[in-house]
Structures are given as C-alpha cells and as structure tokens.
Design a protein around this ligand. Structure first.
Ligand SMILES: [Zn+2]
Length: 424
C-alpha cells in the first residue's frame, strides 16, 4: 500500500469541541492518518497540497444509490403517488443486474462531489455492494426489508442480507438491517429485525415520520405517533438510524434523544416531495445526533452533499426566521463527524492520529471558494462540489485531479443509458 506525505495543505476537522483549521503536514501510512514523520528508509510519495483544503470526506447517511437512474423521472407528484405508482413499479421490474450500473452511477456522483462514505438502503442482492467494492468507496449497506414476517415473507431478503454480509464484509464495507418503514413492515417483522440486529451485531436503519399520511395513518391505526409506536415495540436505541423525522409531535424528540438514536435529515427530499421541514433547530438544541443524507436521486435529485448542506442551513434559517438557527460549523460537523457517531466507527469523519484516511482535497482557488474569508461558510454557502479535486478512501486515491481512478465513467453512462431506455 502506498504511503503519502502531504505538505502545505490547510486541514479542516472537528477538534473535539469545534471545527478548526490548521496548516499541518499529514502522513498517510498503511491507509491511516498520522502526524509522525516516516522513519528513514520508508517509502512515500510527497504531495504538495498548497492552496488545497483537506477535510474528512463527507458521510451521506441516507441514500439509495441504485435509484440514480430515476433522476428527474418522477417529479412534481405527491409522495404516495411518487412511491407507489412511479418508483415501486420501476423497482419491481428492474433486472437485478441493472442495479449494479445504476448504483455505480450514484457512487460516481458521490465521489466526484466529495462523499467518501454512504449508508444505503437497497432492494437488490449484491449489486450495490459489488459496485461499492469496485469503486473503493466506504459503505454501510442495508438490505431493504418489507412484509409480515422476517422468516417467511421477507425470509429470502433477510437471508440474502446475511449472506451478503458474510461474503463482502471488509474494512470499507459494513452491513446493516433496513426495514423500509412502519407502513410497509408489520410490527412482528420490526421486532424480529430488532432481535436479529442484536444477534448479528448490526445497525438498524428505517424511514420514519416522513409524510403526514404516515403520521395520520399511525395515529389512526395505533393511537400513537410513529416515534411512540417504534419506541413502544422496543425498536429504538443508540444503534438505530432514523431517516427523515419530519412530522415530529409532542414528546417525539424527547423519546429519540433518550434512546440515543440518530436522526438523518434529508432536507431536499422532504421539500421536493412536499413533506415539509424537519424541526432541526430543536434537534440541535436537544443535543440529538443529527446527520445529513441526500436520500435517493428520485427524490432529491442529486447525491451532492454540498448542495444538501447549503440547503439545510438556508431552509432552516428561512423557516425559523432566525439567521442564527443553523450555523455552518454545525452543518459541516453533521456531514462528517456525526456520521462516525451514528455508525459507531470513531475512525471515520475526522482527521486525527490513527483515523482512517478518508480525505477530500478542495481547490481553495476555485471561483466559488475564493477569496477564502471563511472556510466553514464557504463549504455551506458557496461550495457546489466541483471544488473537490481529489478523493482518498482508506488511504487510496479513488479520484485524483478530477480523474476517477476506480470507475470507468464512459462505460457507466453507456450502460445506464441502455437501462433507462428499456426500463423508464
Ligand atoms: Zn430513503
């Protein structure tokens, strides 16, 4: 494995209390970050990172990479129609092999825009995993689970999820359990998932309180909110990742905080599907671990985390009529460090001695970043992802000077083009 000495760069990371920048030489040794110079005789490449910002790669905590083929396909339709009449029929008919290429397209976009780790919820056996492995991106892959009984209706999916874990688990690939939502999974299945997660030591991820329909149906069917419902069946704990959490009522946020679960906020998807704006300022005030996710390209319509970070701050400032509501340092930390908390992996999302080298290099002379009056502001309010020049994951470059090293972009476009022609 190649070692690197990176000089003259500006480093941005979470320093334990705040985001901070400093000029420091970084050493990448055996895929890990160190500040200790190499010993005599050790081989390494010197990288001059003058006028580059080096920061932890962004962690996209909720997406569906394979859905990238549906970018701009089902827009301006209500959530229920979007999901049940537009998205699900395509998913049901999509040949399994196609999901490899459509996932690769999503991964390609993520790498180009500075994401080094993503949490996925998918419907296809192995394809996302294979794409992630070949691209060299870090991923927490969740097999989407639906139905009545994990060991009957959903049996093959669950079995496949465990097989996939067995076959592919590695330094960069981890596996989680992803029941889709409370309205597509029975109470029995959710309890079984919770037990299975404990038994197999896996994290759980679910869409929760996304739409008003979900909230109202849950109130009608169970006499409680989706958060109360999940809590009452014992599903919520510090290993639970909750996507959306838009329709928060009463003591919902107290419950989430008390269980230690993480919320992934998906501001663009929630806005685009007309689901509203999550109460992010309250989540922030209450000290809930909040991460950032793009959701899939069918509902966003991009997997670009910089766009998500900008929207997140601006939408909440507008919504709360408070320009201090969500500051840029909070957003950058949410998009990096908080992901490591949610994923129980302290070695990602931060630049420190011994952390894995998941790094992105941004051009500080890019028109959108120059002059560099305030780097944290720049990352939220003026960056658009095109400033990302190089991406290193687990100590290996997957993009260098805008050249993708692990993905053949032309081939991916060709294959996805063919899939779209046949399936949309
Ligand atoms: Zn989703």
């Amino acid at each position: 494995m190649k070692n690197y000495k990176i000089i003259n760069g500006t480093i941005l990371t979470y320093g334990g209390e705040a985001m901070m920048t400093e000029e420091k030489t970084l050493y990448i040794k055996e895929g890990k970050i160190t500040f200790e110079p190499f010993a005599q005789g050790e081989e390494y490449e010197v990288i001059d990172a003058g006028r580059k910002l080096i920061m932890p790669g962004l962690i996209n905590m909720h997406t569906h990479a394979y859905m990238t083929m549906m970018r701009n396909y089902a827009d301006d339709v209500p959530f229920q129609e979007w999901l049940f009449q537009r998205v699900m029929p395509v998913e049901d008919n999509l040949p399994v092999e196609a999901a490899y290429w459509t996932s690769m397209l999503g991964i390609l976009e993520m790498i180009r825009t500075g994401t080094t780790c993503f949490t996925d919820m998918h419907m296809y056996h192995r394809q996302v995993t294979q794409a992630a492995r070949e691209a060299g991106i870090r991923a927490y892959i969740g097999r989407g689970l639906v139905g009545e009984d994990l060991y009957q209706d959903g049996y093959s999916r669950f079995k496949q999820a465990l097989e996939e874990k067995e076959e592919f688990q590695s330094d960069t690939l981890q596996f989680i359990l992803s029941p889709h939502a409370i309205y597509t999974c029975s109470e029995k299945l959710l309890k079984q998932v919770d037990e299975a997660a404990g038994e197999h030591r896996m994290l759980k991820q679910i869409h929760l309180s996304e739409s008003m329909t979900e909230l109202n149906d849950c109130l009608n069917n169970h006499g409680k909110t989706p958060v109360q419902y999940l809590n009452d069946i014992g599903f919520l704990d510090e290993k639970t990742i909750l996507a959306h959490c838009v329709q928060m009522q009463g003591d919902d946020l107290d419950i989430i905080r008390n269980t230690g679960a993480t919320i992934v906020t998906n501001v663009a998807s929630n806005a685009k599907l007309g689901n509203g704006i999550a109460p992010l300022s309250q989540m922030k005030e209450m000290g809930i671990n909040v991460c950032v996710g793009t959701d899939g390209a069918a509902s966003n319509n991009t997997l670009n985390m910089f766009r998500e970070m900008g929207l997140l701050s601006l939408m909440h400032k507008a919504h709360t009529r408070d320009c201090l509501a969500i500051p840029s340092d909070y957003i950058v930390k949410a998009a990096t460090y908080n992901g490591s908390v949610a994923l129980h992996n302290p070695d990602i999302g931060v630049i420190r001695e011994g952390a894995v080298a998941d790094l992105i290099f941004l051009n500080l002379d890019a028109p959108s970043l120059f002059p560099n009056n305030n780097i944290l502001s720049a990352l939220c309010y003026s960056a658009n992802g095109s400033e990302v020049e190089s991406v290193m994951i687990n100590g290996k470059f997957v993009m260098r000077d805008r050249q993708l090293l692990t993905i053949d972009q032309e081939r991916v476009y060709y294959e996805v083009g063919k899939i779209v022609e046949k399936n949309l």
